[in-house]
Write a protein that binds this ligand. Structure first.
Ligand code: GLN
Length: 281
């Protein structure tokens, strides 16, 4: 079978078919355009077929390939972690805007999953001290793998700390205060119709352990955050399309100021932030 023949009958979206040909068959888009009649060996054809079946069954391309690009970096992913989404780059940009290139800020990422947010910040800010928490040991193993691949060795073992546990409870006794706390927590309501499309991804990352209205984990994070923020420190969280107002109200009630929301590239209110006031100002 030729590559063109496989493309014509695989019943995949073009981008997915091209991604499989590139990753599984080693055929770049340019090669395919120049040689659409490149022959696929039996072994390659079988592996393409197996990958196509997984996609037909609704598995995200990122799990089939084993990686997804986020903030220009290649993150290994497995079904133990949520596939990093482009809108989550808002949280990385938020942090980078508040840390000078050589700045020594201390950052906490709650619910790190593959480590996407924490490692993107660590990668861009060589002197930041980055802590990352997740309730799932399997997710932390993926984050650790990504840390080894993306950060220089001395940082992967030092200035980056991966901690297992339940939000702030994962921190050691007498933790330091953080300049920026970032989180893409579970925020999908239990029973939300979108969950059907997301069935291959970890429910713990989407809905959380408590379930409910989709705001339970955000509520817990906001309630505990001020006690963990340095004066003038920021909390920024990703949330659902209809949750911005509720999240802003929580941040105000928790005593944070400069509260605001930023839209994602689709124009959906996607990230809400607030600042711990500086005392005596
Ligand atoms: N943005 C994800 C989705 O709905 C949800 C991520 C999350 O719950 N943190 O596809």
């Amino acid at each position: 079978m030729t590559a063109a023949q496989w493309m014509a009958c695989c019943e995949l979206q073009r981008v997915e078919a091209l991604a499989l040909l590139r990753e599984v068959a080693g055929l770049s888009h340019a090669t395919l355009l120049a040689h659409p009649d490149a022959l696929l060996g039996a072994d390659v054809a079988a592996r393409l077929q197996e990958a196509a079946l997984r996609l037909h069954a609704g598995e995200p391309l990122a799990y089939v390939l084993g990686w997804r690009e986020f903030f220009g970096l290649r993150f290994a992913v497995s079904p133990a972690v949520l596939v990093p989404r482009p809108e989550t780059e808002l949280l990385v940009e938020f942090a980078l805007q508040r840390i000078a290139p050589q700045g020594r800020a201390r950052i906490l990422d709650l619910g790190t999953g593959s480590g996407a947010i924490a490692l993107a910040v660590a990668h861009e800010r060589a002197h930041a001290e980055v802590w990352a928490v997740d309730a799932s040991e399997d997710a932390l193993a993926v984050a650790a793998q990504n840390a080894r691949a993306l950060l220089p060795p001395h940082r992967a073992g030092g200035a980056l700390r991966l901690l297992a546990g339940d939000w702030f409870a994962a921190l050691p006794p007498h933790p330091p205060r953080f300049d920026i706390i970032l989180s893409n927590p579970p925020y999908v309501a239990k029973g939300d119709v979108h969950l059907e499309m997301l069935q291959h991804e970890p429910q713990l990352a989407l809905v959380g352990a408590a379930g409910g209205d989709g705001l339970a984990d955000i509520r817990r994070i906001v309630a505990a955050a001020p006690a963990h923020l340095a004066e003038g420190g920021w909390l920024a969280m990703e949330h659902g399309y209809d949750q911005a107002q509720a999240v802003r109200a929580m941040l105000c009630a928790a005593g944070l100021t400069a509260v605001g929301t930023q839209p994602d590239l689709a124009g959906i209110p996607r990230m809400t932030f607030g600042q711990r006031p500086v005392e005596g100002r």
